[in-house]
Design a protein around this ligand. Structure first.
Ligand code: SF4
Length: 284
């Protein structure tokens, strides 16, 4: 059950993504999974490297397409635990269409957004989660756009599991990932994961000052969608913990007629083996 491999991450020292990697590894080990039970699919960006740093099946996809790949993997391999991971630029700019449709479709996978509110890999431009007024090379006079309100968007798009965490709180993050993996449906987890190199506004200290733990709000009930939305609006979405969970709605797999009990990966190859090999050669 060791999800560590011998690849040394090349993230900058102090990058929030280290804790996301460690939390995925701890959560999967604590859930009793084996490395070959897990597929970790990632997008493009600093965060996209994560699939190479965890001992499991891994696929480093293309920009914004982490969710189509992850959903396909799950539909073909129903017994695999599938975790998709990527940055806010990846999932909420070029990948936003996929994100909304994956939320409403409710396929049983976990999607972790490593939200650093900037494009790190391309050296610091405004991203979909940057606040208005945010100064970067691409917005020298400050961004005039408001940021995407991911949590409110997810709730209004029919999400069945919405949670948020902070990479500095590894205990909470590990627990949230465990809950997300156990949830029968699409789990969206946004992680505030500071970019220490380019984002000098949303730092560890800034998050420590501004985040509110839902566990500190008396009588907070994550099964109450109205309360979840009201709480997000009251706190400008700067909350951590399980925001909303619907345990009643069925997952996509449970509703697909004729969904094969046998994983597609084990299905008979209905094609002449030589022809299949010829086809494969075209892609090598
Ligand atoms: Fe992390 Fe930012 Fe460095 Fe990328 S540039 S590895 S997001 S600290």
């Amino acid at each position: 059950k060791d999800f560590r491999n011998n690849v040394k991450p090349n993230w900058c020292p102090g990058c929030g993504d280290f804790s996301v990697q460690a939390s995925i590894q701890r959560a999967c080990a604590s859930l009793g999974l084996e490395p070959d039970d897990l597929a970790l699919i990632s997008g493009i960006g600093c965060s996209g490297r994560i699939s190479g740093y965890v001992n499991a099946y891994g696929f480093h996809g293309t920009h914004g397409r982490v969710l189509p790949i992850a959903q396909g993997v799950k539909m073909a391999n129903k017994d695999l635990t599938v975790i998709a991971a990527g940055g806010d630029g990846d999932g909420l700019a070029i990948g936003m269409g996929h994100t909304i449709h994956a939320i409403r479709r409710n396929i049983d996978i976990t999607y972790i957004i490593m939200d650093n509110q900037i494009y790190g890999l391309t050296k610091g431009q405004t991203s979909p989660r940057s606040e208005s007024g945010f100064v970067t090379k691409s917005t020298p006079e400050g961004s005039i756009e408001p940021s995407v309100n991911l949590m409110e968007m997810a709730l209004s798009s029919g999400a069945t599991f919405v949670a948020q965490s902070f990479s500095s709180d590894i205990k909470d993050l590990t627990s949230i990932i465990e809950q997300g993996v156990k949830h029968k449906g699409f789990s969206l987890i946004n992680v505030f994961s500071p970019c220490v190199t380019y984002n000098k506004v949303n730092t560890y200290d800034w998050f420590k000052e501004n985040l509110v733990k839902l566990s500190s709000i008396e009588d907070y009930d994550p099964s109450d969608r109205g309360m979840a939305m009201k709480t997000l609006m009251e706190h400008d979405s700067l909350v951590t913990g399980l925001i909303y969970q619907d345990t009643v709605r069925k997952s996509y797999q449970e509703m697909v007629k004729g969904y094969k009990e046998e994983p597609l990966k084990d299905a008979e190859l209905n094609m002449d083996r030589e022809k299949f090999n010829e086809l494969v050669q075209q892609f090598i």
